[in-house]
Design a binder for this molecule. Structure first.
Ligand code: TNX
Length: 784
């Protein structure tokens, strides 16, 4: 831990900086876009709608069945009435409809109201049906949950199409979710988020029909829930001097103010600044009650027996002869050989179980440093007594004992997938997170564990989003191909995890969370997923988030490469912004662009070596990623003197065995040679780790500046005409990097090196001509 004083200067500096810059939808959306625009705005200027146009329903998640009928229902100018077939069941929804959706009081009708909320017992738990016709609007559901989701759909329709506040098109919707667990986890331990903020977050989850908020309430860096029997947990454990996670954030805050620690969570004690906060049980009751009105279940996680440094500091008797602190990899866990550990855990859980109405109690059980147990006489005694053979089995003993306790209170235990390592009772629900342990989901369902999918890639929303993130979240296979049909029902759904080591503010949290949370929301709700229309629909949600004061991540800007060339004395930066409503701001003096910076023109002419930084920023202050394009003087590359007739189509690849840190390390004997069609390796390649050197020629049809977009997982480099164009080296998740080169028409040497260090690979190379549309390189441009 770093003391405050050492940091004080740094902190003051960055706060000063902050002040300074402070029918089932069948239509192909693209095909119909222009057509429908014409119909809506020119042929039916009074707001009539062409039957079947889908884009005015920019709903997310997409309903499973939505049919338009000809006709428009006009809301009466005054005195909107309602009727409801079960006022006590739908009490909360009736209120929600008036206060939040319509923002007006409805009069109760003796017969059929203009808006009818009807009980329909034939519908499944979270399903709803909606009909708009000449008589008005009917929403049917068998539960308050389903009714609530009908209202969310209505709410989105009104928000996305303000004209709908006066009139609605005739339609029929039949809708229900594919999965019952549709959630998000928020780590409030590493950095804290206030009660008021959680309420805002719950509204957002509900808006996208997510029903679970899993709170990671305790960890090595903070204990965030009042436990009356163990007051030191929060008295001491909810506060800390700035730690290494805080200082990492402060460092980044120089470039991006979103990394500033929230001031509301700082306090001064004995002349020193501390960071922290916690929820009293009363706070938590309020959060839970609010969430219930939004049909969001709050799942508490008390991480044990590891990730408990705060508890072991406050109550050292939880340890056996070891001191609280850090082990080889993780913090020293509580000593599971001591009865005191169970008394403590049960005491804590008793209060948690009393407090949370949720069906589930999450006990973590991830990342346990077991070396202290090996050294502990108490653990050895227990192992001898119970016939426990190794440390995994000792962890299982602990988990099963806690599971029994939780079950005795009528609740279900959840653990991270490590609980499978030493064997666990099938009553335990498993959360799969370790993306690199590929067979864990199969192992879980084979053991008849209910399973929730939260794989690191793509559901760790603390991992940096990039161009490919949305598509990979959207494309998530909730039920993997390896899960046999008769075990599929064990997969209950999916959840995004937001760990907050490097997320110290709500602005940063929102940047990391949106839009990708909506991709997950659609994935777990609808059977009609379609990424192309999703990408169009999402563009209509950004302004809603501005209105909700959410600092989402603006869509990726396009049309440029990370490195661009100045040839014949000039270059141009042309940036395409998918959200026409926001401006792109730029600087050339190394400072961070903000709304006081210059607005980027459609073409920025560059004459000399320059670094241009830019970002789009909405009126609400939501920013895109910060981009940097480096311009450097360069020459045209002449075509090579080779004859096409001497060459064959494709590229030659040599494969090397091994796990390499970067492409410079590639060495050893060639274990295989293949001809590839393109700069891509098919997934028939099954080596756990390898490297490839891909060689050949690219024949470009015209003299132009070519951009190359090279995506690698792990890493790679791309050279053209013996010149390094993209350096995307090192071990990492899929990242796209790009570069530009000025090529004459004809043949040029192409060399692509690639490493896969394990855990699945991606290799893609696309191109554009001077910032035009990005396309795959045609196979018939490549030779060897
Ligand atoms: C792994 S997920 C963890 C968390 C970290 C996260 C960072 C899990 C069960 N353990 O403690 O915050 O990685 O991405």
């Amino acid at each position: 831990m770093v003391k405050h004083k050492e940091h004080k200067k740094g902190i003051e500096k960055f706060y000063q900086k902050k002040k300074k810059k402070t029918p089932i939808i069948q239509m192909n959306l693209k095909q119909h876009h222009l057509f429908s625009f014409f119909i809506i705005y020119f042929l039916f200027p009074l707001g009539a709608f062409s039957q079947g146009n889908v884009e005015r329903f920019n709903l997310i998640p997409l309903p499973n069945k939505l049919e338009r009928q000809a006709g428009i229902f006009e809301f009466p100018h005054t005195g909107l009435s309602y009727s409801c077939s079960d006022e006590s069941l739908f009490q909360n929804e009736l209120q929600y409809l008036q206060k939040k959706v319509l923002k007006q009081t409805l009069t109760k009708s003796k017969s059929k109201g203009t808006i009818q909320l009807l009980l329909d017992k034939s519908l499944s738990t979270e399903a709803y049906g909606m009909v708009v016709n000449k008589d008005g609007l009917v929403i049917k559901a068998s539960t308050a949950n389903g009714m609530f989701y009908g209202l969310q759909t209505l709410q989105q329709m009104l928000d996305l199409n303000p004209a709908d506040r006066k009139q609605l098109p005739y339609l029929t919707i039949d809708d229900q979710p594919v999965y019952g667990w549709r959630g998000m986890e928020l780590d409030v331990a590493r950095h804290f988020f206030s009660k008021a903020y959680l309420l805002k977050l719950i509204d957002l989850l509900a808006y996208y029909k997510l029903n679970t908020l899993h709170l990671h309430l305790t960890d090595d860096q903070g204990w965030r829930l009042e436990i009356k029997r163990y007051p030191k947990l929060t008295e001491q454990g909810a506060w800390r001097h700035f730690n290494n996670q805080d200082s990492a954030c402060m460092k980044q805050a120089v470039e991006n103010p979103d990394f500033n620690l929230s001031k509301e969570h700082l306090r001064e004690r004995n002349g020193e600044v501390e960071y922290g906060g916690f929820y009293t049980q009363e706070d938590m009751r309020e959060i839970i009650a609010y969430a219930a009105t939004r049909h969001v279940e709050i799942i508490p996680e008390i991480d044990m027996p590891g990730h408990m440094m705060v508890a072991t500091r406050a109550y050292p008797e939880l340890l056996d002869s070891t001191a609280a602190g850090w082990g080889k990899q993780f913090s020293v866990p509580i000593c599971v050989g001591k009865e005191e550990a169970y008394t403590f855990v049960e005491g804590v859980l008793e209060e948690v179980i009393d407090l949370f109405p949720s069906r589930f109690i999450h006990i973590g059980a991830d990342e346990v440093e077991k070396s202290s147990w090996e050294r502990s006489p108490k653990c050895r005694e227990l192992m001898a007594r119970e016939g426990i053979k190794d440390m995994h089995a000792l962890q299982s003993y602990f988990v099963n004992r806690v599971n029994n306790f939780i079950q005795s209170k009528g609740k279900t235990t959840i653990g991270w997938d490590e609980v499978l390592d030493g064997g666990a009772d099938s009553s335990l629900r498993v959360m799969y997170w370790r993306g690199w342990v590929k067979d864990a989901p199969l192992k879980a369902v084979k053991g008849h564990h209910d399973l929730v999918m939260t794989p690191t890639n793509p559901l760790y929303f603390d991992y940096l989003p990039n161009k490919s993130t949305l598509e990979s979240v959207y494309g998530l296979k909730v039920v993997g191909d390896d899960i046999p049909a008769d075990l599929k029902h064990f997969v209950k759904g999916a959840q995004a995890n937001l760990w907050t080591e490097t997320i110290p503010s709500t602005d940063r949290l929102e940047f990391m969370m949106l839009p990708r949370l909506t991709a997950l929301a659609e994935r777990v709700w609808t059977t009609q997923a379609d990424f192309d229309t999703y990408k169009q629909r999402i563009l209509h949600h950004y302004s809603l988030w501005d209105a909700m004061q959410i600092k989402y991540r603006q869509p990726d800007l396009e049309g440029f490469a990370d490195e661009q060339v100045i040839v014949d004395g000039h270059a141009e930066l042309r940036v395409r912004n998918p959200l026409a409503s926001t401006k792109v701001y730029y600087t050339t003096d190394g400072t961070v662009p903000d709304r006081k910076s210059r607005v980027l023109p459609s073409i920025l002419k560059i004459k000399e070596a320059t670094e241009v930084r830019f970002a789009s920023i909405s009126n609400g202050g939501a920013k895109s990623e910060q981009y940097l394009v480096r311009f450097k003087p360069a020459e045209w590359h002449k075509g090579l003197n080779v004859k096409g007739s001497d060459l064959k189509l494709g590229l030659k690849a040599s494969f090397f065995d091994g796990t390499f840190k970067n492409t410079k390390e590639i060495s050893g004997a060639v274990m295989d040679e293949r001809v590839l069609k393109n700069v891509a390796i098919s997934d028939t390649v099954k080596w756990p780790s390898f490297a490839a050197k891909i060689r050949g020629y690219i024949r470009v049809p015209e003299k132009a500046r070519y951009n190359f977009y090279y995506t690698c997982d792990d890493g790679g480099i791309l050279s053209i005409a013996d010149q390094l164009v993209v350096d995307n080296d090192g071990q990492h998740a899929p990242i796209e990097k790009s570069g530009q080169i000025a090529l004459d028409a004809g043949f040029h040497a192409l060399a692509a090196d690639f490493i896969e260090a394990g855990g699945g690979f991606t290799l893609k190379c696309y191109y554009s001509v001077d910032g035009g549309p990005v396309k795959p390189i045609p196979d018939d441009w490549l030779f060897y």
